[in-house]
Write a protein that binds this ligand. Structure first.
Ligand SMILES: [Zn+2]
Length: 70
């Protein structure tokens, strides 16, 4: 008997990839430089000027990680 449904298997694999990606996400240990790490706008605190830059930068880092693994 074979329980492996191709669609379920693909979905499960995708879920695992997401979990691994989340587990491997870089920790927020970026030093304060006075500039947004994504667009280099001057900021007074934190690492990014807004959450969009943080999200975009995290996506970029994640994409770089995926390319390295693949
Ligand atoms: Zn920014």
């Amino acid at each position: 008997m074979n329980f492996a449904d191709p669609i379920d298997e693909a979905a499960e694999r995708e879920q695992q990839m997401i979990e691994v990606a989340l587990a491997n996400r870089p920790k927020p240990t970026i030093e304060f430089t006075g500039k947004c790490h994504f667009c280099e706008e001057t900021i007074s605190k934190g690492s990014y000027c807004d959450t969009f830059c943080r999200d975009d930068h995290e996506k970029e880092l994640w994409a770089q990680r995926q390319r390295r693994v693949a």
